[in-house]
Design a protein around this ligand. Structure first.
Ligand code: CP
Length: 362
């Protein structure tokens, strides 16, 4: 059978469009790099640490990771020394992922390491009843670092006790996605590098359309933002009232105690003109499937966005974020996804003790 092209050959796009934004080039990472002084001692603490939660990171560690990420992003051809040569990553993703798995694997490849990738838990002994603790024991023999995404909140904890190599939580059910949050705040800092400095930051207003108690991306993002309370004049959580309570037990109190000024609203259109950054997400992983939240909310090119404001979205997107915004200056969500590669390069380099190969000052 001959399958016809849906478009006539002359209508098909065959050329790369060089005018498409290159996700904002290297000027932003260069400016961010210049705003943060290097401190190797802070990054050395990450060697052989498990990364389970955004709550593990303090402000100075995040800033040093952002600096190293910006260095990688601003100098893509510089690190030909292959700092992760001889190291093996075990990439275990038991839930669908486009960005997290591929960006971790891209990060590891770019640094010269090797990868074993598992995308289906039924191909492991887990399908025969093997415990995650035993699988972790085996991982110790095969690799130098594990990245795990699992639908089950408890999986990462089940494995951690038997691991002698570091593990990164790459999303565990509704609980946490710490490296996504790092990438989100890295994007905000690249967009406004002055926010790195409590002395000169002009605080911004951030709208978060989502449900912090049920969305791992939003939970980890708010925790990471709370390390920079001076940078955020106000954080407005916008929800449609369908999920009550919006916060999990003690979550809002912890954020406020850390210094974040949090408000809750259901009036998206009225709030949008006041946001410098609008973050939107509509998906939460619940057991083995995803749930769409905030169905009434949608951003498109008619939304009353503040003229110089940006939009972030962890992606994958659905109807809540119109492709009509992709070619506008509000689109920083593609830069956010791109930047995640460099943030993960920075973190991985630290975790497997190879920072001495990428530091300028030692
Ligand atoms: N942001 C994010 O976690 O995307 P993936 O589900 O594609 O990894």
């Amino acid at each position: 059978m001959v399958v016809a092209f849906r478009k006539a050959p002359e209508e098909r796009v065959t050329e790369i469009n060089p005018k498409r934004p290159d996700i904002y080039g290297d000027a932003h990472p260069k400016e961010l790099l210049n705003c943060i002084n290097e401190d190797h001692d802070i990054l050395k603490v990450l060697a052989n640490q498990h990364i389970l939660s955004a709550s593990q990171f303090d402000r100075q560690t995040l800033l040093q990771l952002f600096r190293l990420a910006a260095k990688f992003e601003a100098n893509p051809h510089r690190f030909v020394s292959r700092p992760l040569e001889g190291k093996i990553l075990i990439s275990a993703f038991y839930e669908p992922s486009t960005r997290t798995r591929l960006s971790f694997e891209s990060a590891w490849h770019r640094l010269g390491g090797d990868i074993m990738s598992i995308t289906d838990r039924s191909t492991l002994g887990i399908a025969k009843g093997e415990s995650l603790a035993d699988v972790g024991e085996m991982f110790n023999n095969y690799g130098d670092c594990v990245v795990l995404r699992d639908t089950n909140e408890g999986s990462v904890d089940d494995m951690v006790g038997s691991l002698t190599i570091p593990i990164i939580n790459a999303g565990n059910g509704m609980d946490e996605h710490p490296t996504q949050a790092m990438s989100d705040v890295y994007t905000i800092m690249k967009w406004r590098p002055s926010l790195t400095d409590p002395g000169s930051a002009a605080p911004i207003r951030v709208g978060i359309i989502g449900v912090p108690g049920r969305m791992r991306t939003v939970r980890s993002l708010l925790t990471t933002m709370s390390r920079f309370p001076y940078a955020f004049e106000e954080v407005v959580v916008v929800h449609d009232g369908a999920h009550d309570p919006v916060f999990s037990d003690g979550q809002r109190e912890a954020l406020e105690e850390a210094g974040l000024n949090v408000r809750v609203s259901q009036a998206l259109e009225a709030e949008l003109p006041g946001f410098d950054v609008t973050y939107i997400n509509a998906i939460a992983w619940v057991k083995d499937d995803f749930e769409v939240m905030g169905r009434t909310f949608r951003l498109d090119d008619t939304s009353p966005l503040k003229p110089d404001s940006i939009i972030l979205h962890p992606l994958a997107r659905g109807d809540e974020l119109s492709p009509g915004l992709d070619d506008t200056p509000h689109n920083w969500y593609f830069a956010q996804a791109r930047g995640a590669v460099f943030v993960r390069m920075a973190l991985l380099t630290c975790m497997v003790q190879r920072t001495n190969l990428v530091m300028d000052v030692l």
